[in-house]
Design a protein around this ligand. Structure first.
Ligand code: 13P
Ligand code: SF4
Length: 337
């Protein structure tokens, strides 16, 4: 979690959410819909949220789509059903709005793998380099970044930089390695990774592919190189979803957080989706941070308008430029998340 973050802690337990009892008889869907109207609030949800949260959201998308929505919404309150860096990005893009996150402890292992103080020192070794950071990083890291990117626009962002301009890419070494291959650019990579995308099992995926010989194997670029090498398609969560809609195959093995399967199944009810298995006994990978949000916490946070994400002025001022630049390049390339 960002060390620059100041949080409105009124009434919050140490747990990071409002630890209040919710009447089990309460119709949470009806209550959340009521609160949305009464407070002119919009719920933005990432594909990795539990299905019920996705179903009540006003907008479901990938990190780029969610940033674009956060920048353009006319709601008074943005309720972010996602993780910390996403809510921070929304706050930077719409600083005049109230941004709520149902559980402040919904962090991100990838963002945590790049502490701003260490990165500041690292950056000093490469004074002539431009810094491109994956949006999955802290607000403070964004203040040390020239251009942000997401998995939807990363190739276009790298290609927008003159060929003779050296680049540092942070924090995801797997996405960075994929981009080096895809763009032919020799970038300095920060050594960070996402815990969810790093534990896919090569052996278990090969076994699954043998069991479903007609299935397409699709993967998110946060996965490791040996997993990506097997993939029929590599893309962001929105890219993966679109691929399953447009491709004629009827079976897909999907290597990303399993929450995305909900939208895939809704969009193509007659197709079969199998979550790629991790290197443990589980059948699929779920992000422990994303899954901290629940319908009860969503309801409580809307009712009490807590926890709220608040950022220092200087973080908004310096961090926002890197996100604005990303949105400009994405708009020019016609990219929507
Ligand atoms: P996208 O939303 O860009 O597909 O990235 C996935 C992710 O890891 C979000 O935390
Ligand atoms: Fe972070 Fe990975 Fe979870 Fe996305 S899936 S929020 S990158 S830990």
């Amino acid at each position: 979690m960002s060390d620059t973050l100041a949080v409105a802690t009124r009434g919050l337990s140490k747990k990071g959410f409002l630890d209040l009892e919710v009447d089990p008889e309460l119709d949470l869907v009806a209550e959340i819909n009521r609160l949305k109207k009464e407070k002119n609030a919009v719920i933005l949800a990432h594909y990795y949220q539990e299905s019920e949260i996705q179903d009540i959201a006003d907008y479901i998308g990938d990190s780029l789509g969610l940033s674009q929505k956060a920048a353009s919404t006319d709601a008074d309150i943005i309720v972010f059903a996602g993780v910390h860096f996403m809510a921070e990005t929304a706050k930077m893009l719409s600083p005049q709005k109230k941004v709520l996150l149902p559980d402040l402890k919904a962090g991100c292992s990838l963002a945590d793998s790049c502490p701003p103080a260490l990165f500041r020192e690292f950056k000093k070794k490469y004074p002539d380099h431009v810094v491109v950071s994956y949006i999955n990083c802290t607000a403070e890291l964004k203040t040390l970044t020239d251009i942000c990117c997401t998995s939807t626009n990363a190739v276009q962002i790298i290609e927008s930089i003159p060929k003779d301009q050296p680049i540092i890419f942070a924090p995801d070494k797997n996405l960075g390695a994929y981009l080096k291959k895809k763009t032919g650019r020799d970038m300095i990579l920060w050594n960070g990774a996402c815990m969810v995308h790093e534990i896919f099992s090569y052996e278990r995926i090969v076994k699954l592919r043998n069991r479903y010989p007609n299935a397409k194997f699709i993967a998110h670029p946060e996965c490791e190189d040996h997993i990506l090498a097997m993939a029929d398609y590599i893309g962001s969560t929105t890219g993966l979803l679109k691929y399953t809609i447009n491709d004629p195959a009827t079976e897909f093995i999907v290597a990303t957080e399993a929450g995305i399967l909900h939208q895939m199944e809704k969009a193509s009810p007659y197709k079969t989706f199998i979550a790629a298995p991790p290197e443990n006994n589980c059948a699929c990978n779920e992000c422990p941070h994303m899954r901290l949000n629940t319908m009860e916490k969503l309801y409580l946070c809307m009712e009490h308008e807590l926890p709220e994400v608040i950022l220092p002025e200087w973080v908004i001022e310096h961090g926002r430029k890197s996100i604005d630049r990303m949105l400009e390049i994405s708009a020019a390339a016609g990219l929507v998340g």
